[in-house]
Design a protein around this ligand. Structure first.
Ligand SMILES: Nc1nc2c(ncn2[C@@H]2O[C@H](COP(=O)(O)OP(=O)(O)OP(=O)(O)O)[C@@H](O)[C@H]2O)c(=O)[nH]1
Length: 454
């Protein structure tokens, strides 16, 4: 078995080293630039300066008109900048919080910092020197291999004409004093593009100053501490990303493969957790698990105000990128070629960890299902009977697990044989299995591996 595997690996390596036709090399080069990169951003500033409004504008294009003092939130959002897929994690801090120790933790987590003040509020401007000092000090004590990026934003420029308390020159001077790479006055309310440009410029600056981005192990160290305490909201739509995907497809660039790969990157890193989250949120029995800390962007209250200048009210529903792409014709064509993606094991491991308590129930019921359909007397795990609220997820996973088995997945642990009835039922379902579901398969394999090790 091991010999066979080794031979397969060496054949794979040999094939990879063969010279490739020009076209393939070109696509590979392009795909390399589509490998997702990520960045962590911390928004800092006094209460009421517009940090939440700015983050939500960027993530959803909506404008939140009502003021509701923020506790702490991390927004996850993907966007395409300069033909690269960037995963943003944006921490919206509470402006009214005075606990510097907590602030230190957040500064350790962050890689880029946006300092926001309100041009009509001098106090919010003066306060930034203290915040910048804490952030710089915290970073100087950590042995990071990257250069953090700092930018200064003066918000509410729409009110400047009548109520301005901080001039543009003062803003520029402070940016220089604080060593901020960029300075801008914006109006989150009046201009939807202002917020996007801030995040885009921030990314460009960060990338320019960091040819080697922070390693995932470096990131993981802080994640455990922060993600336990601060709720995470995942954006399940990225209008820009879906528009770009559409544009790539419509431009006739015959790289369905490339488009598909990009889509999967989005799915893998963004939508799959959301898919799970939605399912798990229905699972009310498990209130105490980590998912209570995770919401989707749809749960942002829609206190939406009509924008004076553009008349946009942001209520335009955003279609999730997953459904938009998977239901479109080109994606189906690619799907039929069976270009399934394999989620990385480490990603699956981390997902399994996050959703472990709920998934254990689901996976246990799959063990039962497999045992009964294959005639195996003992299930792989000791199990509890599935709750009815889990049944839809069970079905997806169960069908996927068996489907995955027949699709040359690495399925060392999935050896059950389905009865003819179950087989025909599952055959009918095969066409509806999406690559997202393969994530579940790998997670299930991880579950089986752990159980075998016990
Ligand atoms: N006129 C105007 N109002 C804005 C603008 N941006 C935000 N606001 C308003 O300012 C108020 C505060 O905005 P938030 O985004 O909640 O402020 P915050 O900085 O997150 O406040 P904390 O949660 O306390 O930290 C809200 O009523 C917003 O609608 C802007 O560009 N122009």
């Amino acid at each position: 078995m091991n010999n066979q595997r080794n031979r397969a690996i060496s054949v794979g390596t040999a094939l990879a080293n063969l010279p490739r036709p020009h076209g393939i090399r070109r696509i590979q080069g392009t795909m390399a630039s589509l490998t997702p990169k990520s960045v962590r951003i911390v928004l800092l500033g006094c209460g009421g300066v517009g940090k939440t409004a700015m983050a939500v504008r960027f993530v959803t294009e909506r404008y939140i008109g009502d003021y509701d003092p923020t506790l702490e939130t991390i927004y996850r959002h993907s966007a395409i900048i300069d033909e690269q897929l960037i995963n943003f994690e944006i921490m919206d801090t509470a402006g009214q919080e005075d606990n510097s120790l907590l602030l230190e933790d957040k500064c350790k987590w962050g890689e880029c910092f946006i300092f926001v003040y309100d041009v009509t509020d001098k106090y919010s401007f003066d306060e930034l020197s203290r915040l910048k000092f804490i952030a710089s000090y915290t970073h100087s004590r950590m042995r990071h291999s990257y250069n953090p990026c700092w930018i200064l934003i003066g918000n509410k420029s729409d009110l400047a004409e009548q109520e301005r308390m901080v001039t543009v020159e003062e803003g520029r001077a402070l940016a220089q004093d604080l060593g901020c790479h960029l300075f801008r006055e914006i109006s989150v309310k009046e201009s939807p593009s202002d917020s996007c440009e801030v995040f885009e410029d921030l990314w460009r600056d960060f990338e320019k100053n960091n040819p080697r981005l922070p390693s995932s192990s470096q990131r993981r160290k802080m994640s455990y501490r922060i993600h336990d305490k601060i709720p995470v909201i995942s954006s399940n739509a990225s209008i820009k990303a879906s528009e770009t995907l559409k544009a790539i497809w419509e431009s006739g660039d015959n790289s369905g493969y490339l488009t598909y790969n990009l889509t999967n990157n989005l799915r893998r890193l963004k939508s799959a957790p959301v898919l799970l989250t939605n399912e798990m949120n229905n699972h009310n029995n498990n209130k105490e698990n980590a998912l209570d800390n995770t919401r989707t962007i749809d749960s942002i209250p829609e206190n939406v105000e009509e924008c004076d200048s553009c008349g946009e009210n942001g209520l335009k529903p955003e279609s999730p990128i997953t459904s938009e792409v998977s239901e479109s014709e080109p994606m189906n064509v690619v799907h039929e070629k069976k270009t399934f993606f394999h989620p990385t094991l480490s990603r699956c491991k981390s997902l399994t960890k996050t959703f472990s308590s709920s998934l254990e129930n689901v996976f246990s019921s799959i063990d039962l299902h497999r045992a009964s359909s294959s005639g195996v007397s003992t299930p792989l795990t000791s199990s509890t009977s599935p709750s009815s609220s889990n049944s839809s997820l069970n079905e997806v996973v169960a069908s996927t697990v068996v489907h995955g088995k027949s699709k040359s997945m690495d399925n060392g642990s999935v050896r059950g044989r389905s009865s003819s009835d179950t087989a025909s039922m599952l055959k009918k379902r095969r066409n509806s299995v999406k690559p997202d579901d393969l994530m579940m398969v790998t997670m299930y394999h991880e579950h089986c591996r752990r159980n075998r090790a016990r």
